[in-house]
Structure formats: C-alpha cells, structure tokens
Design a protein around this ligand. Sequence first.
Ligand SMILES: [Zn+2]
Length: 315
Amino acid sequence: MKQLFLVTTILCLAACSRAETIADAADTPQAEPAVTAAAEAPAKPNITSQDLGGGFYMLLGPGGNIGVSTGADGVYMIDDKFARFGQEIIDVVASLTDEPISYVLNTHHHGDHSGANAEMKAVGATVVAHDNVRTRMGMTYMNQAFGRQQDARDAALWPTLTFSDEMTLWFNGDEVRAIHTPAGHTDGDTIVHFVGANIVHLGDNFFRGMLPFVDVDSGGTIQGMIKAQQIAYDLSDENTKVIPGHGPLSTKAELGESIKRLQAIHDRVKARKDAGESLQAIIAADPLADMTELEGFMKKPNVITATWRSLGGDF
Ligand SMILES: [Zn+2]
C-alpha cells in the first residue's frame, strides 16, 4: 500500500503540473502520464509575467493565461488560475504595481481560470463573470464526456457581480468590454476586449496551437466556439495582442487560422454524420488525420465526439 502511494505520488509529481496547465481534474480528463518529466528545480517560480506594454501584462504558468491591466484605478485581472497559486499571483502582481487588485473577471467557470477567486476576494477584489458562471459553480452535474460528476464549488469562489450579455468597465483610462459569447467552450463564456490597449482575451474559446476543448456537458458547442473566435477576429487588427486561454500570446492571423481549422473540423464531421455514419465509424475514419500534430490535452476522438454532440448526435 505504501509502495502504491509512493508510485502514485511520483507519477503525480511528474504528471500533475502538466495536467494543470489546462484545467483542474474535476473539469477535464486525466492527463496522460508524463513519465519523461524530470523533477523541476524547487526555486523555479510557477507564475511568470510577460510585459505587453502600457501597464498590461500576461501571467503564464499552470492553469489558464491571466491578463492584468495596471494603472491609477488599480488592477483589473482576467482569470486567476488555481487556488494554490493565489498568493504567488498576488505577489507577482505586487511586483508590477503598488495598486490593489480591484476586479477579477472569470472568462468561464472552469477551475483553472477561477480557482483563486476566494484568495482574490480576500485581498479586496470583486469577482465578475457571466450569470452562467455563478450558476455552474453552484451546480452538481454529470460530465458525460469524462464520465464523472462535477460537484458544486465552494460558495467562496462564486462571482458576486454577474451580467447577462455585455458589460463595460471604464478603468485605467481604457474602455474594457466584457462580451458574452453563447455556447462556445461553455455556456458562460466571456471575451474581454481592452479597446484602447488593443488587447483581447478569449479564455478557452481559443487554445493556441492545440485542438479545441468544447465542453458540451457545460453547454458548449463547436458552432458557438467558431462564432466566439469570429467576434474576436472582427474586433482585432494586425497589431492586436490576442491572449488565448492556453498557449503563448497570439495574433489576429493565428486566430484566422484557428477559425478555418474549427470550421474544417465541423464540416468534416457533419458531412459524415449527415451521410449516416456512426460516431464510432467517423472516429475510425480519422477525418482529422492532418491535425494529429495539434493533439495535446485534447485528442482527435475527443474533438470528433464533441463535434458530433454539438451537431445533436446521441452520446
Ligand atoms: Zn476551460
């Protein structure tokens, strides 16, 4: 028993940090065992910042990418990763500005984007999100794709300021638009557009360089994800800094490539489904063979299944 525990612990040390780069275990499938990962130096910081100019930063590290606006009005933060990195995030922000964290917006309810909400509230932040983020956090529901129950989250994590469609915060001299995009990654997604800074944060409606994660069990559809990316594309120009939910800083051109890819996934699965093929037959036919190199957190069968379900297919 002790040996089993030890093996599990070692595997977790190797694999868990990788798993957590996308989402918490409650929301997502188990990551593949990363047996090749070497032990990291303990002094290495988990959270690092990338200066985007004009008082704006992107915080990288395990969990979803964080956007940080700093200025005279304080800090407006987009997403907050996991609870256990809460203090480290606060410390990194304190190294960038003397102003307090005033607002944290959750782009959706997943635990790798909202996990440190309680820690942010404790330092005075107001947590903002779409209405459905608060609803989802209070729900216990079945995640069929991953075959396990999603338990309701602690009420300390729930957003306290919610909106149904759009919200604009005039902050640090910028117009910051929070735009709800329905039924994409989940049913509570928000794109955040810093109009003056020319920065857009897409949350998990955009994984840069990876196959998409459509969380159908949380109300997501691939059609909605395509629309969300199109909205962000249309409000961007060639100078826009595009922050994906996961992956490095991106551009309008890369977003355009992503839209084409999502549309191709949709069209290929739909054509086969309309022709009467079963889900199993479509997976076996490997219609995404040219996208194998984009497999990471999501594998081709996961993506085909989510697309099939988005098209109303039984699962
Ligand atoms: Zn997510």
